[in-house]
Design a protein around this ligand. Structure first.
Ligand code: IPD
Length: 313
């Protein structure tokens, strides 16, 4: 497969940005209509179950994916398409990201938030080539936040060239990290053993880990907080922005992370497929392999944090 030139990538980026904006308006319209109708929340966002009672899909997910898929097929008929809703409808699992130019889409990440009218939901569009996410667009229209990146060019919030709120590179972790850090973790949709058992276990181990890491810093050492937004895509964008220091989730799909990884990496953030320390403290930060389902994203440690990072291992 031939390489993609920077000019071609710039065109792909411009196309993805426009597509993200159009899809964002559609999402806003769909949400507004329902918010305005004064009905109970559950009726406002009708949904059906996919794998289980917490794996949900709405008409909006499907409409947006159909719109995005059609636009991509018209503009780039030879490119491969991987989308959350297309997959759910029974596509083979063999689609896995390979070397071909591929669009990887989550038309509505944070579907549960959307159903509950919690504004942390977004459209996620990534262009991947040779298994590397090169262009990322994340539009969270209710937050008025539009994240984007193009490999070799930069990463931005609301496309602001003058005031890139995604600083490139992003600032390093606090000097005494993990003291003073904000951690983020998603609990996923796995409820197999006991209902909510996996979720409780994950929450407990993640919070314990945050407390333990904070405690190791001695007096005054303290993790500032642990968050869970309900959108893996937005978690990655907030690590890229420097708001979160660490994000972890086990159980993601490619469409949950592809655009976020493109943006994070372009902003200088790090991503690996490890568990957070202390479980896999020595796991190297390496080129991420899409499809592994387990991801850890962190802001880079500053030079003065080296000792601190060593201590946590
Ligand atoms: C989900 C969200 C959630 C994460 C799940 C994802 P969806 O995506 O990102 O935060 O925990 O792993 O599948 O279903 O809302 O598109």
């Amino acid at each position: 497969m031939a390489d993609i030139s920077q000019d071609e990538l710039d065109d792909i980026y411009a196309f993805a940005v426009n597509l993200g904006k159009e899809a964002g308006s559609m999402l806003l319209d769909a949400a507004k209509l329902r918010i305005g109708d004064n009905r109970a929340t559950q009726e406002q966002k009708e949904h059906v179950q996919k794998e289980n009672a917490v794996d949900l899909v709405t008409e909006t997910d499907e409409e947006l994916e159909a719109f995005i898929r059609k636009a991509i097929a018209e503009k780039y008929p030879l490119h491969k398409f991987v989308g959350e809703e297309s997959y759910s409808k029974g596509a083979s699992r063999d689609y896995l990201i390979d070397d071909s130019p591929t669009w990887c889409i989550d038309p509505l990440d944070g579907t549960v938030n959307y159903i509950h009218l919690f504004p942390m939901f977004c459209i996620s569009i990534a262009f991947i080539h040779k298994s590397k996410p090169l262009v990322g667009v994340i539009n969270a229209p209710f937050l008025n936040q539009f994240f984007s990146s193009c490999s070799g060019r930069g990463a931005w919030l609301n496309e602001s060239q003058q005031l890139p709120l995604i600083r490139n590179p992003i600032p390093p972790m606090p000097e005494k990290a993990p003291s003073g850090c904000v951690f983020s973790c998603e609990w996923g949709k796995d409820r197999r053993d006991i209902p909510d058992g996996n979720m409780h276990r994950k929450i407990e181990s993640f919070v314990n880990m945050a407390a333990e890491l904070g405690g190791r810093q001695g007096r005054g050492g303290m993790v500032h907080g642990v968050r869970s937004l309900g959108s893996a895509t937005l978690d990655l964008a907030y690590v890229a922005m420097g708001s979160f220091d660490i994000w972890w989730e086990g159980g993601c799909w490619e469409w949950d992370v592809a655009a976020g990884i493109a943006i994070l990496q372009e902003a200088g953030g790090l991503i690996t497929t490890a568990n957070p320390p202390p479980n896999e403290a020595t796991a190297p930060i390496e080129a991420v392999k899409l499809g592994s389902r387990l991801y850890l994203a962190i802001r880079p440690a500053g030079p003065s944090s080296t000792e601190t990072a060593r201590e946590t291992q």
